[in-house]
Design a protein. Sequence first.
Length: 172
Amino acid sequence: MDTQTEQTKRHGHKGTLISLGCLTVLALSAPACDPGIDNFDDVDERAALDAERPDDPEGAALDPEDGGLADQEEGALDPEDVQWATSADASAQVHWVPATQPSCDNTCQAVSLSPVASGKYVNGFDFYVCSGNAYGEGYRAGFNLRPAWANACIVGWGGKSIFVSPYRCLCR
């Protein structure tokens, strides 16, 4: 795996570019909790940061023209190089599709896409990635089987697996 790590000057955050064939991911990690910087307990540190970006505290930190991400140590990642990290080939993109057919296999094929598999059942059928809104508490990932009677997404809820319908299928 080809990886590259660079340290930015802002708040000690690190960025890691991970290249996996045609897909490249930019991962950012925050440093361990430092109340003097991250929580701005130190008034002088907060004032210094505000002075760097007085007109637009939200956007200036990300704008290279205003000393944002481009204001890095020599050899650090250039924002121009990072733009491609968020793009992917159209064939690699995935979409949540509302289930309109029994099983994610049939639902995805109905819109000329392929279901995303997460594994295989002992009989050889694929487990497909789906999500369901269990008891209205928000969508969570689950699985769906191929047979025509598989008209629900099986998700974890309350320490057990439950069948949720309606549900969405992950298709590409």
